[in-house]
Design a protein around this ligand. Sequence first.
Ligand code: HSE
Length: 432
Amino acid sequence: MKNYKIGLLGFGTIGAGVVEGIERNGALIASRTDIQLSLNMLSDLDLDTDRGVTVERERMTTDSLKVIESPDTDIVVELIGGTGIARELILRALSLGKPVVTANKALLAEHGEEIYRTAHENNTDVFYEGSVGGGIPVIRALREGLVANEIERIYGILNGTCNYILTSMEQDGVPFDQVLAEAQAEGFAEANPGLDIDGIDTSHKAVILAALAYGKQVPLSMVTIRGIRGLEITDIQYAAELGYRIKLLAVLKHEDGEVEIGVYPALVPLDHLLASVNGVFNAVMVSGDVVGDTLYYGRGAGRKPTASAVLGDIVDAARNLAFSSPRRVPAFTEHTHYERVRPHEDIRTRYYLRVSLLDKPGMIARVAGILGAQEISIASIIQKECDLGCHAPVIILTHTAQERQFQAALEQIDALKEVDRPTVRLRIEDFK
Ligand code: HSE
């Protein structure tokens, strides 16, 4: 039996879940892997709050460097979050040749290249399963199980908070702000919930998946990011009438040598599997040229699911130490197979539009004319009835067109004096 000791940086929700997981299943892990894991030390600025697990006081410190540099720390687990001190601590641990496990998606999305390179230069590992999809082992699937595939498409519901909000708005008719407060109370939401509802957390996760799928660190500035802030129940209801459910989707595609990556609130057909992913659950659909479609589903946020992913990584790190096989499965391998990230304006998609249009003769024809002049074809159109002289919601589903054509058309539509508020525009995802 080999023994490895963990140095834990950050004793918050997930950190406490990791300590609890070792207490609960340490013996099971040992009998499965012949590796005994234990906590060496942990660091946090707050050592007084009760986290529901007991750690001896002498194993706790506010000094993270002490934890990293302790000769007894074999594996460093970073669960502080953020892109500041966490980055410095991870780089320090890697420079000492110690493997690092992290769930820090923001850090990997912004500084992944530096972190992966430092691990490589020091012949050690960095594992990050907990950074995407909580407890779902999708990073492992991409790094190992699907390594023989060209990854054609990835569609992900990757933010538990947003999915929880969308589900509650649809099922219970609860307004946006109220559901967000509930998600915060449940502990799913980021400390700054703007990261969740503005799609930024999902974009971080999409960048991490893109790195694995396409061997490219896509800069966040190249990712189209739209969140769900301000989404209205009325659009959720119209979407349902038309046979769709709105989900915040990460969309990654590889087409004609180009990589496309974006985050959008999107209409998903009700009969598609992703439409059934509700509440805090996440799901990732990965399509490979050899395997076809695969789907990964589970809890995407919270103490236990994320701790499950972190513990799996700790076991991987320990196995690599036990067999002296660091970097057996590298964190990231750059390759030049894919040429370029598709600019936002070149992305082709379908849209749901809700135009608030004065009900008077000829108005629908004018809107249709503007769309037609931009080569945007209407797939269906419904005007909701209202008294003559009111602004009626006109719901338009389009066929596929280019983003720049939609932008040009919407500028003209919203400039009409008969349109009294900005047109709502939501992507329609047909999974083609
Ligand atoms: N705030 C994130 C979510 C946590 O809601 O999914 C998990 O990354």
